[in-house]
Design a protein around this ligand. Structure first.
Ligand SMILES: *Cc1c(COP(=O)(O)O)cnc(C)c1O
Ligand SMILES: [Zn+2]
Length: 419
């Protein structure tokens, strides 16, 4: 299996351009990377992966942010607003209450547009330029559209975003809007938006920048590389486990690919690879269902619902890449309720870390797995928080304290405080 942790480095095909090519994860067919537009395999419609003739080691990385890892990416520079280099926060109270040896929060909400999607876009939009396309498109639960709009405008390209009407948090629509995207509000859920935009892209209307696009996942690998370097610096060892929210399972796939490449490069032992642990909301948990049933494929959920709108997804397109990632690393997947998500959002806020609901799923999932004894007390864990609190101000206000009306005089305020 090409996605096994112990897979050999493949032979370089004639299709390679400067040591970079695309390869189908199902049938192994190879394609040149930048000659024409392609999202899946011409032969079998399988997902594609970017492959490299030379894989870097930690010593090859220099600089800061996503482009520190240029040697692990298909291009040497991108359309950038200095994404990446996000904090790996210590959370002593949360660490104590969850009960693990070490807990760190990799806060991807600290990226330029407030989510990890920027890491994928800095690479994906640069590839779009390389391909010579002029219109970019995505379906989105919100954050992809915000990042696409920002990076598209920075790259001087038109952007088109398809959003599920009424199901996108306010901050995200505001971003897509101001950065100049054409916003199409679809009377359907995210999965319907993705079906449509895939058809538009297949018809040549626009270049698709959902995580189906293999180049985007290359940028997102850098989350994993940063976490590993952070843990190596602080603990002299990589984390035992990485817990992350799962929507389309792009990050799960990307982190697994980062680790596979480090194993192939001889930088990481197979036994050291962190256990990839995915968390979904109970109302949108097809990946969890597949892991629990030991299924080879994910069943599409037609009806999905959760307050964590960023992961309100019933048909995770990257499942064929992510399922092996969870299994081969000895990880697992778990579903959490919206209440558990909100509690975790408050827990993080209590450590000064503001995240949107989907992000808090990682911490909620870790707490639950710890309570069930699936996570051990001697583990060092990184939880990924994917988006910033201000993305979804309504959810934050609903989870937080209510404002208290007071009169406009000190005596009245004092009386209120003492009552
Ligand atoms: C996109 C997104 C996710 C889902 O990530 P996948 O890589 O699709 O699994 C989770 N949280 C937030 C905040 C997001 O924007
Ligand atoms: Zn194929």
């Amino acid at each position: 299996m090409s996605l096994s942790l112990s897979a050999e480095q493949p032979a370089v095909p004639d299709d390679a351009d400067d040591g970079v090519w695309l390869e189908c994860i199902e049938c192994g067919e190879t394609f040149p990377p930048f000659e024409d537009v392609r999202y899946t395999c011409d032969e079998c419609d399988g997902l594609l992966e970017v492959r490299y003739a030379d894989l870097p080691t930690f010593d090859d990385f220099e600089g800061e942010g996503v482009w520190r890892y240029a040697d692990a990416l298909p291009l040497s520079e991108g359309v950038t607003t200095q994404e990446g280099a996000t904090p790996l926060y210590e959370v002593p109270r949360l660490e104590e209450s969850v009960g693990v040896e070490a807990l760190r929060i990799k806060h991807e909400g600290m990226n330029p547009t407030g989510s990890f999607k920027d890491r994928g876009m800095t690479v994906g939009v640069a590839v779009a330029k390389e391909l010579g396309v002029d219109r970019l498109a995505c379906a989105s639960t919100g954050n992809t559209s915000a990042a696409l709009a920002a990076y598209g405008s920075r790259g001087g390209m038109e952007t088109l975003v398809l959003l599920p009407a009424g199901k996108v948090a306010a901050g995200k629509i505001a971003q897509a809007s101001l950065h100049g995207a054409r916003i199409l509000e679809v009377d359907g859920n995210f999965d319907a938006c993705l079906d449509i935009v895939q058809e538009l892209a297949a018809g040549g209307e626009a270049y698709l920048l959902n995580s189906l696009n293999p180049f985007r996942l290359e940028g997102q690998k850098t989350i994993g590389l940063e976490i590993l370097e952070g843990f190596l610096a602080d603990y002299d060892a990589v984390p035992d486990r990485i817990v992350l929210p799962v929507g389309n399972a792009g990050n799960t796939s990307a982190l697994y690919k980062a680790f596979r490449e480090l194993v192939q490069a001889g930088e990481l032992a197979e036994s050291e690879v962190p256990k990839l642990t995915g968390v979904q909301a109970e109302g949108a948990a097809p990946m969890v269902e597949a892991i629990e049933n030991d299924a080879d494929e994910v069943r599409r959920w037609e009806e999905v619902e959760t307050r964590a709108t960023a992961i309100r997804i019933g048909n995770p397109v990257n499942a064929p890449k992510a399922l092996p990632g969870i299994r081969e690393t000895g990880g697992t997947a778990i579903a959490v309720s919206d209440e558990e998500i909100t509690d975790a959002q408050r827990d993080l806020a209590g450590e000064g870390i503001g995240v949107e609901p989907a992000s808090a799923a990682s911490v909620a999932g870790l707490r639950k797995l710890r309570a069930e004894g699936i996570v051990d007390d001697d583990e060092r864990v990184a939880c990924l928080t994917t988006g910033h609190l201000l993305k979804d101000p309504d959810a934050a206000a609903a989870a937080g304290n209510d404002p208290e009306p007071v009169p406009a005089d000190t005596a009245g305020v004092l009386e209120h405080l003492r009552s």
